[in-house]
Design a binder for this molecule. Structure first.
Ligand SMILES: Cc1ncc(COP(=O)(O)O)c(C=O)c1O
Length: 341
């Protein structure tokens, strides 16, 4: 169906129709949308992959699906297995969705920095939340304390399974097998740049390996948080969750990205606000980081133009209403007096 837009534009609505046999069948095949307003006249044709439209609200539905189904196929997970993972964000929600549908027990080890909303979402799916409230005494890090707790729980439950998203190749395998092929299917093999966020580096590794295997010359631009340790910098303070990591994940390797752009919390806020203002896409913090990174490289003359570019936008904005989209939060936490854009 096509409906007339407010002015002379013709706006098409989604015409694909098919009945799915379970919620899990709605994971993947997310829409690709041209960002025709934000980048008009820039010489850059930007296509956004909206991972927010996965049923759990983020790109992490893909690794959750791939890790669990492959472990079931190999026999590492049976119907009596308890899944134990350290995650308080999108991966925990993706796993909670998988385990709820499959009737598997799940324990999510979180720390006191986890948002109350995420705890409620995880619990609403029926998973158990195990709260770590004291950082690791040696490193002072919550991440280490959470990993210690995961090992403790695994040791206490005989039939238990650890997805271990920072290490598990079925994490990157999900992007090798679905995310990047879906983009190439729609955009063809002429893609000059792919911009993507990094945390476990599953997206980075999977997309890079797919492009290299296809022999494509596409340049991969990683977008990481300032204060993240992934690219060898010392870990530092960052407020917005999702991208960045306090460790160098096993899935990382320096040859995977052609370039890296570091974005601050404020860069993420500005990118998110511009994205919703111009394109009416309400996205999460790391998506805003990706938008700012593209704009920065265009402004600095670092991209060879004209060019076609894919931008992977990892999650939806509703879970950031009290941070990214709150002027008072931006003012009190980032020190910006007026609206940031
Ligand atoms: C919002 C958000 N952005 C980016 C990422 C990074 O993705 P990856 O873990 O594949 O590096 C994540 C991962 O959890 C995420 O939740």
């Amino acid at each position: 169906m096509a409906v007339s837009g407010q002015f002379d534009a013709t706006v098409k609505v989604n015409e694909s129709r098919s009945i799915k046999n379970s919620i899990l069948e709605t994971i993947g095949n997310t829409p690709v949308v041209r960002l025709g307003k934000l980048f008009a006249g820039s010489g850059l044709d930007v296509f956004a992959k909206l991972e927010s439209l996965n049923p759990g609200g983020s790109i992490k539905d893909r690794p959750a699906y791939n890790i669990i189904t492959r472990a079931m196929a190999s026999g590492a997970i049976t119907k009596d297995t308890t899944i134990v993972e350290s995650s308080s964000g999108n991966f925990a929600i993706g796993l909670s969705q998988m385990c709820a549908y499959l009737g598997l027990r799940l324990v999510c080890v979180v720390d006191i920095k986890t948002t109350a909303q995420n705890v409620r979402i995880i619990e609403a799916y029926g998973a158990r939340v195990d709260l770590v409230s004291v950082p690791d005494p040696t490193t002072g890090e919550y991440l280490q304390a959470r990993l210690n707790r995961v090992r403790q729980i695994l040791a206490s439950i005989p039939n238990s399974f650890w997805p271990n998203q920072y290490v598990n190749k079925d994490n990157s395998g999900s992007h090798f097998g679905t995310t990047m092929p879906e983009i190439v299917d729609l955009l063809g093999s002429h893609i000059d740049y792919v911009f993507l966020s990094t945390s476990t580096c599953g997206t980075l590794r999977g997309c890079a390996e797919f492009l290299r295997e296809r022999g494509m010359a596409t340049k991969i631009i990683a977008v990481d948080a300032m204060g993240s340790a992934i690219f060898g910098r010392p870990p530092g303070k960052r407020l917005l969750p999702g991208h960045g990591a306090g460790i160098v994940p096993k899935l990382f390797s320096p040859d995977l990205a052609d370039d890296v752009v570091f974005v601050s919390d404020l860069d993420c806020v500005v990118g998110c606000r511009r994205l919703v203002q111009h394109e009416a896409i309400l996205a999460g913090a790391s998506s805003g980081g990706v938008i700012t990174a593209i704009e920065r490289l265009v402004a600095d003359g670092k991209l060879r133009l004209p060019a076609r570019c894919a931008a992977i936008l990892p999650d939806r904005g509703e879970r950031y209403l009290d941070t990214v989209y709150s002027d008072s939060w931006v003012q009190s936490h980032l020190g910006v007096e007026n609206s940031p854009i």
